[in-house]
Structures are given as C-alpha cells and as structure tokens.
Design a protein around this ligand. Structure first.
Ligand SMILES: *[C@@H]1O[C@H](CO)[C@@H](O)[C@H](O)[C@H]1NC(C)=O
Length: 118
C-alpha cells in the first residue's frame, strides 16, 4: 500500500513537472499574462475560415487576428496550438486568414512553423 501511494505521488509529481515545463516552453510568445492556447479561444469566430480556404472571414475574426497579429510569433503559436488543432483548425488554411482579411500590416513571409504567411 505504501509503495502504491509513493508511486501515485511520483506519477502526480511527474505530471505536474511535465505540465510546468510545457507551460514554460510556450510562455512568452503571447506575453506573460496569457498563453497561445488561451488566445486560441479568441479566434472562435475564425473557426470556419480556419478549416475551409473558401469560407468567408467574418469581421470579428479579422479584428481578433489583427489584434493578435501585432505579435506574429504569438499569432503563429496560436494557429499551431493544441487548442486550435482540437478545434479543427487547419494551420495551412489558418495562415491565409490575415491575407483574406486584407490586413495591411500583416507580417508577410513570416514563418509559422512549416508554413509561411502569404
Ligand atoms: C475552394 O475553391 C477552389 C476553387 O473553386 C476549389 O478548387 C477548392 O476545392 C475549394 N476548397 C474547398 C476546401 O472547398
């Protein structure tokens, strides 16, 4: 029984450690007060546009992309985040959203992982 408790504690400690490291790893891209996964929820209005290259991009989506896009590394981290992935975002399609919004100051040519912002 004691061994079992110890094992459980080890497991819990391990999980906490891994999630802490994961958090540190992604910290910074979007500033100290938020994470890419948190920011991904703000792109909820972009859900359909991020899955279908022909879908029209809503004003509210563009407004959010414009805001997050002030920090391209944050935008990329958001588009490639697990949250976005789980929401069905296709990163290859998602990186075209700033262009489809006709954002004037978008970071053209910025590398988002394997993708390049058009
Ligand atoms: C988008 O439109 C193009 C041209 O009409 C078409 O070839 C493509 O298959 C469409 N993509 C999707 C995801 O519907």
């Amino acid at each position: 029984m004691e061994g079992c408790v110890k094992k459980l504690l080890c497991l819990v400690g391990f999980v906490v450690l891994v999630s802490t490291i994961g958090g540190v790893e992604s910290a910074g891209e979007c500033g100290k007060s938020t994470t890419p996964d948190n920011e991904a929820y703000k792109l909820a209005p972009c859900a359909s546009a991020a899955q279908d290259e022909n879908a029209s991009v809503s004003q509210s989506c563009c407004a959010q992309v414009k805001k997050i896009g002030q920090n391209p590394s944050c935008l990329c981290a958001v588009l490639l985040s697990n949250t976005a992935k789980m929401a069905g975002v296709n990163p290859q399609v998602a990186v075209t959203i700033p262009k489809r919004c006709n954002l004037a100051n978008r970071p053209v040519g910025y590398k988002c992982g394997p993708y390049t912002l058009p």
